[in-house]
Design a protein around this ligand. Structure first.
Ligand code: GLV
Ligand code: GLV
Length: 330
């Protein structure tokens, strides 16, 4: 069987595949993304595909993968897609389902790293770390001043988490010890596990009106696409800090820019944007009260290594028709 990896992967992940005796591995041997035309070419006739969140897997790609099968009924069929991510909004699931392709992903193993990064981003944004670092370098630090470089602290605050899933819970557990007074959450349904973090399930409007920090930790779906828009920001406190470590498309960036530029909200910390990478001349990057990171939620050496191993094992199990360590059950 043949598999194609859309990016260079290393360590245990690649070893598992190369020594499996199950598949012939071909990969885009680069740290940079492969051009779309190359993807369409390289997926032809593969049994398995290992992809990244930056690869859009839609009908065109799946049809390209099925080309040989269409000509030769006994030919190879794409059986499994293994994505090196917990998010799967880059897979057009309707098309994947239609073709009965199994999907593996990497939940759980990146929860701690992503929650940790979200807390780091929240603190960096609320306490203005990038701006402070800049002032030290550019001579703006003239003396200790009572109100210079003031920001917002977590102690005694109300935190609102939109989407209290695995990562949302891990963020909540990490924030509570900072002295958070109330933890609100909103989403589709109330969660039993919220009791552990004393989370109060509230309507989104209540969360927006009462939170000092708002953390977006939901997945990107048709319901959440563009959810953080003008109306959303207008319901937030002027002193509130907005943090997003889920997917950029949950946010209407033009309206976020307006909210930040006009003082409608205090600050924003984003680990995800649209597009990615964000162009260096993007208006958001001109704002002192906006901290943007290059989608590094799960980026610890250890987590990425574990993710690559898991994605490789998911791929193999999909090829062999056995249970995957982490299968997306759709
Ligand atoms: C990262 O954003 C992921 O989905 O794993
Ligand atoms: C701050 O450094 C203080 O001593 O208050």
């Amino acid at each position: 069987m043949k598999v194609f990896l859309t990016r260079r992967i290393s360590g245990e992940g690649i070893k598992i595949l190369q020594t499996s005796g199950v598949c012939e591995v071909s990969m885009w041997d680069s740290d940079e993304p492969l051009p779309r035309a190359e993807l369409l070419k390289r997926v032809q006739g593969v049994d398995g595909l290992l992809c990244l969140l930056s690869d859009k897997i839609d009908a065109e790609v799946l049809d390209a993968a099925g080309l040989f099968k269409a000509i030769l009924p006994m030919g190879p069929k794409l059986k499994v897609i293994s994505t090196l991510s917990v998010g799967y909004d880059h897979l057009v699931m309707e098309e994947v389902k239609k073709r009965g392709i199994r999907v593996g992903y990497t939940p759980d193993v990146l929860t701690d790293a992503t929650a940790e990064l979200t807390v780091a981003l929240l603190l960096a944004t609320a306490r203005r770390l990038p701006e402070g670092i800049e002032e030290v370098k550019n001579g703006g630090w003239s003396s200790w001043k009572p109100l210079w470089m003031c920001g917002y602290g977590l102690s005694g605050s109300t935190v609102g988490i939109v989407g209290l899933g695995r990562i949302g819970m891990a963020i909540a557990r990490r924030l509570l010890p900072f002295g958070v007074q109330r933890l609100l959450y909103s989403g589709r349904t109330a969660k039993a596990e919220a009791a552990e973090v004393k989370g109060e399930f509230v309507p989104l409007d209540t969360l927006l009106a009462e939170s000092d920090f708002i953390v977006i930790s939901c997945s990107l779906t048709p319901e959440t696409q563009g959810m953080c828009n003008k109306e959303f920001f207008s319901k937030m406190k002027n002193t509130a800090v907005f943090v997003n470590s889920s997917r950029g498309a949950v946010v209407n960036q033009e309206e976020l820019y307006q909210a930040l530029a006009t003082g409608q909200i205090a600050a924003a910390g984003l680990d995800v944007t649209t597009p990615e990478p964000l162009p260096t001349d993007h208006p958001l990057l001109t704002l002192k009260n906006c901290v943007v990171l290059p989608h590094v939620g799960s980026a610890t050496y250890s987590t990425r290594g574990i993710m690559m191993g898991l994605a490789a094992r998911n791929l193999l199990a999909g090829l062999q028709g056995t249970a995957m360590p982490s299968e997306l059950h759709y």
